[in-house]
Design a protein around this ligand. Structure first.
Ligand SMILES: [Fe+2]
Ligand SMILES: [Fe+2]
Length: 261
């Protein structure tokens, strides 16, 4: 068992701007943190909505090990790939018949890393309970590895914090995604679990959560729903979290980062 495991987690990658930011910044992130594993949330990586096999493979080619996702992953044409891959997850608390897997145990350099993807239920769809499903999966995976990461893809900060306290000591880290706005509350809980309410996003800096500002404004002025396009040709950023775990899988160090072109 290694005496230290290092992880980098990148926030939601939004469209081509997000992928470009990852391509630019990941080499220096890898060099700086010398991380064993890289996880990124990719639910918006293809055109701002969902993922494709081509885009997933592009992100793997940059050095990302596992892609997690959330409410935006459900592109029908992606289902066959989602069904067969072990490296792209969708939230585990969807119902019967949902394609793909909500968790994986990934082995690299003889280290087993369990990754669990969960989705929140406050201001989101009424899925199965992420608390009970998350705890059950964590208890199961603890038999195999002390290194367990949870991506909690959720809107409400209170729901995220509550899950954090609930799984403290059972998992190595709980990392919030979905809002695309990085929070400054990264911390280590009393029983050794690393936590951040939201890790942020990778994509256009001058944007509304990665999308075109004028389109978001039009939507909020009129309140007529519309599809937003990914903001391009602007300053781009990568936001993420670096964590170090001891041999028992507890977080010993946590650092939030933001890199801007
Ligand atoms: Fe997202
Ligand atoms: Fe989302």
């Amino acid at each position: 068992m290694p005496n230290k495991v290092k992880l980098v987690f990148l926030g939601d990658i939004v469209g081509s701007s997000g992928r470009k930011a990852v391509k630019i910044f990941l080499p220096e992130i890898i060099k700086k943190y010398k991380c064993d594993f890289i996880i990124a949330n990719a639910e918006n990586a293809a055109g701002g909505y969902g993922l494709t096999q081509k885009v997933a493979e592009e992100l793997f080619s940059y050095g990302i090990d596992i892609l997690t996702s959330g409410n935006h992953i459900w592109k029908r044409e992606f289902f066959p790939y989602l069904q067969k891959t072990e490296r792209v997850l969708r939230p585990a608390n969807y119902g019967e018949g949902a394609p793909g897997k909500g968790w994986t145990i990934y082995t690299k350099n003889n280290i087993k890393l369990a990754v669990i993807n969960l989705e929140g239920r406050i201001f989101m769809r009424p899925l199965e309970n992420p608390f009970t499903i998350g705890k059950k999966l964590a208890q199961e995976f603890l038999k195999e590895t002390p290194f367990i990461i949870v991506d909690f893809h959720a809107e409400a900060t209170s729901e995220k914090l509550t899950l954090g306290y609930f799984l403290d000591g059972l998992v190595s880290a709980i990392i919030g995604t979905h809002t695309h706005v990085q929070t400054s509350d990264e911390r280590i809980f009393p029983k050794g679990t690393g936590y951040i309410t939201d890790v942020g996003m990778c994509g256009a800096f001058e944007s509304v959560i990665g999308m075109k500002i004028n389109q978001a404004l039009e939507m909020y002025l009129s309140m007529v729903p519309r599809k937003l396009e990914v903001e391009k040709d602007k300053k781009i950023k990568v936001e993420g979290l670096f964590l170090e775990f001891n041999e028992k899988g507890k977080t010993t160090y946590i650092e939030r980062f933001r890199l801007i072109t």
